[in-house]
Design a protein around this ligand. Structure first.
Ligand SMILES: [Fe+2]
Ligand SMILES: [Fe+2]
Length: 278
């Protein structure tokens, strides 16, 4: 264990604000009315939903693993405000994991095992990294795909409970994306202040990482082509939109960091951080 200093530095204002916001926004799977009658009663649709929700449940569990893994790393780096925030992010992903695990019970189906869905497992395994900024750029792709799928579930309104879950998860995802922005903005501000070349090289590295993670997303969606088509989710459009939004969000965080370093712009207000790039 390494404690950077006994009295932690808690001066990053936006990090502290988002941490307090996350603390106040907690909710539980027990807040959901699980006895609401199930609208998905058709057997074929139940089977399809069992397969479609597999990458969702896999993603929530993978997020819980990777967020939890970054908590001690941020501590070692002395980034205590970010470490605080990530404890709530881990709680959020644990809650999402529980919600979708419970939803499988309601659906009376099981997710696909890894051997039948290797593309999903490969996609999730790309996101892991011990470098917080590199991890956040990979996570950007999985957070954006989670957000888009939740929006689709709300639009299709297949089951009232799934729509309620999607609504709650979307609120949490907005916070995760907000933190992603402020962390990367600050990181690129620091890098740019060191040397512009360093900032530029790192920006290229993170963009390459987003592209590489996106390369694993397409096979994952292709593996669910029939199911997505039949329930009415256009997977080509979904893939394009996720790619555009993830690249745009990363780009905006990098540019905001550079402008902040040059004194051309104030740090992005927290309320806007989650919306940036959307
Ligand atoms: Fe999640
Ligand atoms: Fe998330």
């Amino acid at each position: 264990m390494k404690i950077y200093k006994v009295l932690p530095d808690l001066s990053r204002e936006r990090h502290m604000k988002i941490w307090h916001k996350a603390l106040r926004s907690q909710w539980s799977a027990t807040d959901i009315k699980w006895d609401t009658p199930q609208r998905i009663t058709n057997h074929r649709l139940k089977d399809q939903m069992g397969r479609i929700l597999t990458p969702v449940l896999m993603g929530e569990q993978a997020a819980l693993y990777s967020v939890s893994g970054l908590i001690p790393i941020l501590g070692k780096l002395g980034e205590v405000e970010s470490q605080f925030y990530l404890t709530t992010w881990a709680v959020d992903e644990a809650r999402h994991t529980e919600l979708f695990a419970n939803f499988y019970g309601r659906l009376d189906r099981e997710p696909m095992p890894i051997r039948r869905f290797p593309a999903g497992y490969l996609f999730q395994s790309q996101i892991v990294s011990d470098d917080p900024a590199e991890w956040l750029s990979g996570v950007l792709v999985s957070e954006v795909i989670a957000k888009k799928l939740m929006e689709e579930f709300r639009r299709l309104d297949l089951d009232p409970l799934l729509s309620d879950i999607a609504h709650g998860v979307l609120r949490d995802e907005a916070r995760h994306l907000g933190f992603n922005h402020i962390y990367l903005e600050d990181r690129f501000c620091e890098l740019h202040q060191n040397t512009e070349d360093q900032g530029r090289a790192y920006a290229e590295q993170l963009h390459a990482r987003v592209d590489s993670v996106l390369g694993y997303l397409q096979p994952m969606l292709d593996a669910l082509a029939t199911e997505l088509d039949e329930i009415g989710i256009d997977r080509i459009e979904l893939f394009d939109k996720v790619g555009d939004e993830a690249r745009q969000r990363l780009d905006r965080s990098i540019r905001a960091g550079h402008r902040l370093a040059e004194g051309k712009q104030e740090a992005s207000p927290l309320a806007e951080a989650a919306l940036i790039g959307a």
